[in-house]
Design a protein around this ligand. Structure first.
Ligand code: ADP
Length: 491
């Protein structure tokens, strides 16, 4: 539309200039002919008296006006020049309405004997129309030099240009509107495959791997669609492959754990018998019996962890829901692990009982989570105190376990819940650990609709916060404890 407007303005101005130039040339030529004719009439005149000269000039003015009307002349004027004779004075012929358009400057130029022209605005009915006034100096017999002006109107040219511009815009506006609609429709239609591809990509991103684009035709858009579909196919195949592999792996872990259980039970029974009579053995076999006892226990624990995680993988974990007093669970777990804490020289502090520390939960799983966090804290506390806090809000219950030991860096923090992850595998361990403890803890907490958060700083300590909803089946949205290790606290 802007382009059309610019073209319109350019065409209009060109048209106007061209028409003006052509008309001006014609006017100057016409005027020159009329001046020559008028001068020759004056020269041939034999008038001698004022009245005769007066009659002669009156006739000349009106004859010129009449004969030139067809050439667009609207007025002819004859004005006294400063050089005119003072004694032989004849009347001026001036159109009162148009007299003001003859400027002093034009009059002076003409008065000096030069033919001149000027572009003027001629007053007309409601406003003005463009015009050209041409002037020349005439030698009137007896009276001397008089200025002769012919006023031409350019009204018809202006009307022609106006009509041309109006016609252009009348044609251009519907054209511009039609072009806009057509362009919009074309772009909308052309971009339809792009929109559907974007929609399919969004669906795939949201997890619907079956989403595809409808492909029609052979053009670039169709190629885009089929390339997208190919990509989605290959992505889906890869994911399915990985899914199958993961399933196979999970089944393998589960089967192996189950298979190992029977022989391990037998080993356990045999080992128990040896362990019971260890005092009757010599020193070396006795030490072996004790080692066997602790390692078999560790093996059993590992197997139990593996079975538990494979239960979560198979989504066959069943929770026994009951109303659990979380504070009591924490108290009990601390008591049960008091021996380990003492062994490691760790003192444990427990926050006072908060208001209503109860939640719908699986007591055994909850206890397992707390035990895991506690044992980890004791093991990494380096003999420094461990603070346990139980806090509640209207819809949540939280347990925070804070140690002031080795701590962890951000890299470890990101991976601490990964299976089999251990920040420092060489670290001397007092209890059995598979690197599955926190992975299981997280599954346990998630099964309750809760969240398990961690924060830590190397050399400052770590904090683990478990938050579960009071009501089973609802997600947790209030966090009465914040998992944040403060530096300042230490300094
Ligand atoms: P495990 O205790 O059997 O090694 P976990 O899953 O319980 O397995 O813990 C994984 C790893 O996370 C640990 O090996 C240890 O590196 C790190 N970790 C856990 N708790 C703490 C803690 N309180 N402070 C520092 N590191 C910890």
């Amino acid at each position: 539309m802007l382009l059309l407007l610019l073209v319109g303005v350019f065409v209009a101005s060109q048209l106007q200039t061209q028409m003006f130039q052509t008309r001006k040339a014609a006017i100057l030529e016409d005027a020159s002919v009329r001046f020559t004719q008028a001068q020759s009439q004056l020269d041939q005149s034999t008038a001698v008296t004022v009245d005769q000269v007066q009659e002669l000039t009156a006739g000349l003015v009106s004859a010129t006006a009449d004969s030139a009307a067809g050439a667009g002349v609207i007025s002819v004027m004859m004005l006294r020049s400063s050089e005119s004779s003072d004694s032989f004075i004849i009347n001026e012929y001036a159109d009162t309405r148009l007299r003001p358009i003859i400027t002093e400057q034009l009059q002076t130029t003409v008065g000096e004997g030069q033919a001149a022209w000027q572009s003027v605005a001629v007053p007309s009915g409601r406003g003005s129309v463009p015009g050209i006034v041409v002037g020349n100096l005439m030698e009137v017999p007896q009276a001397g030099p008089y200025e002769f002006f012919i006023v031409y109107s350019l009204e018809s040219e202006q009307n022609t240009v106006g009509l041309a511009i109006r016609t252009f815009f009348v044609a251009a506006v519907p054209l511009a509107v039609a072009m806009s609609i057509a362009t919009f429709a074309l772009i909308y239609h052309t971009l339809r495959p792009v929109r559907s591809t974007a929609a399919a990509a969004e669906q795939i991103a949201a997890g619907d791997l079956e989403s595809r684009v409808d492909v029609h035709g052979q053009d670039e858009m169709a190629r885009l669609g089929s390339a997208f579909n190919d990509m989605a196919d290959s992505l889906q195949n890869q994911i399915n492959e990985y899914g199958k592999l993961a399933e196979l792996q999970q089944r393998f872990v589960s089967d192996v754990s189950h298979e190992l259980r029977t022989p391990l039970t037998t080993i356990r029974m045999a080992e128990d018998m040896i362990y019971d009579v260890r005092d009757e053995l010599d020193a070396i076999p006795k030490r072996s019996a004790e080692l066997l006892h602790s390692e078999v226990a560790r093996l059993e624990e590992m197997l139990a962890d593996l079975l538990e995680i494979s239960r979560y993988d198979a989504q066959s974990a069943q929770l026994d829901w009951e109303t659990v007093d979380v504070y009591m669970v924490v108290e009990k777990t601390i008591a049960e692990n008091q021996e380990l804490a003492e062994h490691l020289g760790v003192s444990v502090s427990l926050s006072p009982r908060p208001d209503r520390p109860t939640a719908e939960a699986d007591g055994k799983r909850l206890e397992r989570v707390v035990r895991n966090l506690l044992v980890n804290a004791y093991e990494h506390a380096e003999g420094k105190p461990v603070d346990v806090t139980v806090a509640t809000s209207e819809h949540s219950v939280a347990v925070s376990v804070r140690d002031h030991g080795v701590g962890m860096n951000s890299q470890t923090m990101k991976r601490v819940f990964d299976r089999f992850f251990r920040a420092d595998p060489a670290r001397a361990r007092t209890t059995g650990g598979t690197g599955l403890g926190l992975a299981i803890a997280r599954e346990d907490v998630a099964a309750h609709g809760g969240q398990l958060h961690v924060d830590g700083r190397l050399g400052v300590g770590s904090v683990f916060v478990m938050t579960i909803p009071r009501k089973a089946g609802t997600p947790v949205f209030e966090f009465p404890c914040v998992a944040k290790v403060q530096f300042d606290e230490e300094n």
